[in-house]
Design a protein around this ligand. Structure first.
Ligand code: P6P
Length: 368
């Protein structure tokens, strides 16, 4: 074969380990860089985000072998290493709490897995500046069928000044979050978070054990063609929600309808897809669950913060999710969040319904 320089160049660059490649930015480097953008930053929030990233890697390792553990776990209550086979959401809760306890930057945690909040009263933490709310492993019932699941977290500055944290430190409206994020354990594992200056996504590279910047400055499309809702609850929804779903299903080429229904029953998976592709996620109230299903503090608030920071919108049908003042840790809320124009359309249906109810004779309808 005659020597062909071009082929040689390709051949050599493939082999050449020193070949210049795009700089990989790890989560730790990114956090450190962003901290420099804030002259008065003290590094405490950065430390907290790094600790959450570390715990995520531990949880990821266990989630990835969950199916295997089940097979091996049939030998009894213990797995191959002799450890008690814990439910993964309890395991995840323990991992994130221990990471937050050693962090020294967090004085308390509220979690879906715990009835009450947990003060962290060690010498290093009891006067720390931040509290964290957590859904350690949302959608964990999907593990056995290999559907994406996730961890959701939210970080607030404490309201109390020093000493053990108080309930008021957790019962803050969503707009007071200083950071929020999720980890999605899916076809790849990603950490997506915001500190109020846009949304960044990091993909875990198992070969180096680092989250690497893969989605800088995520922006949610203003419109979308995906609607996510548990269609099985349709008959239980209130009338304007039924009308909006029917709107999504109606033929109208000018507005790209009918939309596609995409719903995997795992909040982090559904939101992550809609964040990148555009779309609306809905968990409305029903007759049997007047407040909806999703929890305000550690599901709705953090996801709403992320969606808004990416240019989307999050509402309970009538008001901005982030403006809601919570009065209990495990409070639920209906939620409609996603592409701005899609959420605004739902709010239009809800508003018309209120007008119709207030003027019974009115035949007010929503313009399609
Ligand atoms: P449903 C998972 O159990 C979860 O909390 C969220 O992750 C998900 O969006 C929702 O519940 C699914 O609820 O009632 O549609 O099965």
């Amino acid at each position: 074969m005659r020597f062909q320089p071009g082929v040689a160049f390709i051949f050599l660059t493939k082999l050449n380990p020193m070949k210049a490649t795009k700089k990989v930015i790890t989560l730790d480097e990114f956090i450190f860089q962003k901290e420099k953008d804030f002259p008065f930053a003290t590094g405490e929030l950065s430390g907290l985000l790094r600790d959450i990233g570390f715990a995520a890697k531990i949880v990821n390792r266990e989630v990835n072998k969950a199916g295997l553990v089940d097979i091996l776990g049939t030998t009894g209550a213990n797995n191959v290493t002799g450890d008690e086979v814990k439910k993964l959401d309890i395991f995840a809760n323990e991992q994130f709490i221990s990471a937050l306890q050693v962090s020294g930057e967090c004085c308390g945690v509220a979690s879906e897995e715990m009835d009450d909040y947990l003060p962290i009263n060690t010498e290093a933490s009891k006067n720390a500046k931040y509290v964290v709310t957590l859904d350690p492993l949302d959608g964990s019932s999907n593990i056995d069928v290999n559907v994406a699941i996730g961890t959701i977290f939210s970080i607030y500055r404490r309201q109390s000044f020093f000493g053990p944290c108080t309930m008021e430190d957790f019962l803050q409206r969503g707009s007071r979050q200083v950071a929020a994020g999720y980890i999605i354990y899916g076809s790849s594992t990603m950490m997506v978070y915001t500190t109020g200056n846009g949304v960044s996504g990091f993909t875990l590279d198992p070969s180096i054990g680092e989250f690497c910047l893969s989605h800088a400055d995520i922006k949610m499309p203003e419109g979308g063609k995906i609607y996510s809702v548990n269609q099985g609850n349709f008959l239980k929804f209130e009338q304007p929600v039924k009308e909006y779903i029917t709107y999504c299903q109606s033929e109208d080429k000018a507005s790209n309808r009918p939309y596609s229904l995409r719903y995997i029953g795992s909040l982090v998976g559904d939101i992550h897809r809609n964040l990148l592709y555009g779309g609306i996620f809905m968990y409305p109230s029903t007759r049997s669950a007047m407040k909806g299903k999703l929890r305000l503090l550690y599901e709705c608030f953090p996801m709403a913060f992320i969606v808004e920071q990416a240019g989307g919108k999050a509402s309970d049908g009538h008001r901005r999710i982030l403006d809601i003042e919570p009065n209990e840790l495990h409070q639920r809320s209906p939620i409609y969040m996603g592409s701005k124009t899609m959420v605004e359309k739902v709010e239009e249906y809800m508003k018309q319904a209120r007008i119709t109810e207030s003027i019974p004779a009115a035949s007010a309808t929503v313009t399609a």
